[in-house]
Ligand binder design. Sequence first.
Ligand code: NDP
Length: 234
Amino acid sequence: MDKRVAVVTGANRGLGYEVSRQLASRGVRVLLCCRDAAKAEAAAERIRYENGDALAFSLDVTDAVSIAALARQIEDNFGAADILVNNAGILIDPEGSRVLDSSFDTYRQTLDVNLFGPLRLCLALVAGMRENGFGRVVNFSSGLGQLSEMGAGTPAYRISKAALNALTRTLAAELTGANVLVNALCPGWVRTDMGGPQAARSIEQGADTAVWLATLPDGGPSGGFFRDRKSIAW
Ligand code: NDP
């Protein structure tokens, strides 16, 4: 059987790099999609050094042109992507910010990366998965996007992740029976540039649930929200 092909956004560092590394170690061919071409190549090289199959691709999730180029490259070389990991994300709410004192630009920028980024990638790649009868879409959400736990603070980030959860459920429902499984996860609080050095979890732990969702067998869950491979409330 041909190797599975995975697209991972924000793959140069943090959770995106670790998910790419773990997928490659499981025999998946990984396209590391990063804003900075040199960082993408350096990350791919590190994975190849561990005998993984990794290719670098220059991609900004806010840039439709780079996403169209990715879609063309995938169609020409592989037919379709098998796995899409929407990992790239930003948290730019200033410390202590509240809905009423946040700038509109903070909302706009955050939604552009955290919601419209994954949506753009889905629009570019998921039709090919459906045609192929195989796909796994993994959306990096956050406990801060849980409506059941929703509270004050970091408003742009919370809103973006709650909306990403809505995208996850809607798309999953629309793909019922297509063998394209669409799920969201919270990685927990992880020691990355975003999570900071005080975070409770290692990057390896944080990546585990995403890798599990990316490699689900046929008939696996779809339209769910997971942490530590267990379903959590929306
Ligand atoms: P990091 O800040 O360490 O890494 C973020 C990654 O996203 C970087 O590779 C960055 O690229 C990339 N990125 C940002 N903007 C864009 C863009 N426009 N186009 C392409 N790539 C972009 O974050 P983490 O690894 O910690 O987080 C990964 C995901 O996990 C995020 O979606 C985050 O919201 C989520 N998450 C993280 C938690 C944590 O505790 N760490 C907790 C809950 C959720 P560049 O290097 O070019 O900036």
